[in-house]
Write a protein that binds this ligand. Structure first.
Ligand code: GLY
Ligand code: MN
Length: 448
């Protein structure tokens, strides 16, 4: 790839390659994909536009109201023809001519000709792949056979193996995310509010023309025990930890990084001990990630490491009978250690479900493969709702020292998350915000 290509150019090349990959996977057929429309917020205002993820994958076209037909001889992008009102309120939009050249497409038409073009292609081929929600609309236009199951599984399979251009975009999102975390660490001062830290992170992304890949979590003190805390409205106090889970999106491709840092610039002894335990679990899990290892395996690797650490602290009674089955560490980390990463922050994956099997269980059996991107995000939380639950108190009475746990209520939680790319023999860590204790404290030094 040309080193001086910008994100936009890379995304266009990546989408072209993805179309090629898809038509090779689904040959001798037409594939129809619909982009997102603007979503009304209220009255005549809209939510910020976010394109449909499959549409990003196949077109790199980030504007509302578009559709795409891919066929063995090329593709047609359909774009809305804007009226005078649009020009007055929203300005100029792509024309068929500009879009054809900007997006390097075989053909671009206005939406008005979709029916006619679709019918023409439907007469030439025997099969049409599309999402289920498009089927009824297309069936009214043609009697061509439709298939949505293979459409979904093919897209999931392709989306889960990142090609060069996609990896480059993910690296750029990872770079900006890493430096935004670092910037936040440098600027944090006790007495600031969670939203002020969010604003520092956000302004870093905006300066790089990127946006959040999901609603940021900026959680101080006990708020960090809420896994998807999004209120971000509390004042930071000395002695607390601050958990920040946030990421940038580069032309649709996400990063997702968590750091847990001391508000006063130095981890207390207890904080450092618990933090080191999570960091060690993360390092062991990252080292373990390579092709052929399943999500169940990496969860197990993380669990065992956390268990060992919690046993050293006396929170878990490590030699208890039945501990392997009970997995008491799960009470302190009630989420998986990893998820796929890509155009969606929790990206799609292709795995087979056995009859009656839950998708989560089937996903865990799935093995990592070269060019998959995933997160590794162990955590340790003291969640009142779980630690005071009567069923849990009974179930774990022999293996958890709940009296000792009482001391940590109100502690909050710790999560350390990085993004990794699975390589031929192992993996490459894409994100690099400070996370070793000395690194974090060094970064925050000027404020102590
Ligand atoms: N970063 C949020 C999550 O992975 O759920
Ligand atoms: Mn994540």
């Amino acid at each position: 790839m040309d080193a001086i290509m910008n994100d936009f150019e890379i995304s266009i090349e990546a989408a072209a390659l993805n179309r090629k990959r898809l038509i090779e996977a689904l040959p001798d057929a037409i594939i129809v994909v619909e982009g997102n429309d603007l979503l009304t917020r209220s009255g005549d205002t809209h939510y910020p536009f976010r394109q449909n993820s499959d549409f990003i994958f196949l077109s790199a076209f980030h504007h509302p109201g578009a559709a795409l037909i891919i066929h063995p001889k090329g593709e047609i992008l359909f774009i809305p023809e804007v009226d005078q009102k649009h020009l007055v309120w929203l300005g100029e939009a792509e024309t068929t001519k500009s879009a054809k050249s900007d997006y390097k497409l075989r053909r671009v038409c206005y939406q008005g000709s979709f029916e006619q073009e679709f019918k023409k292609l439907a007469d030439r081929y025997n099969l049409c792949y599309c999402a289920p929600k498009l089927m009824s609309k297309l069936k009214k236009l043609s009697s061509i056979k439709m298939n949505s199951k293979d459409y979904r599984s093919s897209l999931n399979r392709l989306r889960q193996y990142k090609q060069e251009g996609e990896i480059e975009l993910m690296k750029r999102a990872a770079n900006v995310t890493s430096s935004a975390h670092k910037e936040l660490m440098k600027k944090l001062k006790p007495g600031m509010h969670e939203y002020e830290l969010q604003a520092i992170f956000e302004s870093h992304l905006t300066n790089e023309q990127m946006c959040h890949s999901f609603a940021p979590i900026v959680a101080s003190g006990k708020n960090a025990s809420v896994l998807h805390y999004e209120k971000n409205n509390q004042k930071l106090k000395k002695g607390q930890l601050l958990l920040v889970d946030a990421g940038a999106e580069a032309f649709g491709y996400a990063a997702d990084v968590s750091r847990t840092i001391p508000v006063s610039g130095r981890y207390s002894k207890v904080q450092a001990r618990l933090y080191s335990l999570v960091l060690q679990a993360q390092q062991k899990t990252i080292d373990f990630c390579r092709p052929g290892v399943s999500f169940a395996d990496i969860n197990e690797c993380c669990s065992l490491s956390l268990r060992e650490g919690l046993a050293d602290m006396g929170i878990i009674r490590g030699s208890s009978k039945g501990i392997d089955k009970l997995k008491p560490e799960a009470l302190f980390m009630p989420h998986g250690v990893s998820h796929m990463l890509g155009i969606d922050v929790h990206d799609v994956a292709c795995f087979k479900q056995k009859r009656g099997e839950e998708s989560r269980a089937a996903f865990k059996r799935m093995e990592l493969g070269e060019d998959m991107a995933i997160t590794v995000e162990p955590g340790l939380y003291f969640i009142k709702a779980l630690l005071e639950d009567r069923k849990n108190l009974k179930k774990y009475s022999e293996v958890i020292d709940f009296k000792l746990v009482d001391r940590y209520k109100g502690f909050g939680g710790i999560r350390i998350e990085d993004d990794i790319l699975i390589t031929k023999r192992g993996n490459k860590v894409l994100t690099y915000a400070p996370k070793e204790i000395e690194e974090v404290e060094g970064c925050m030094e000027r404020m102590t």
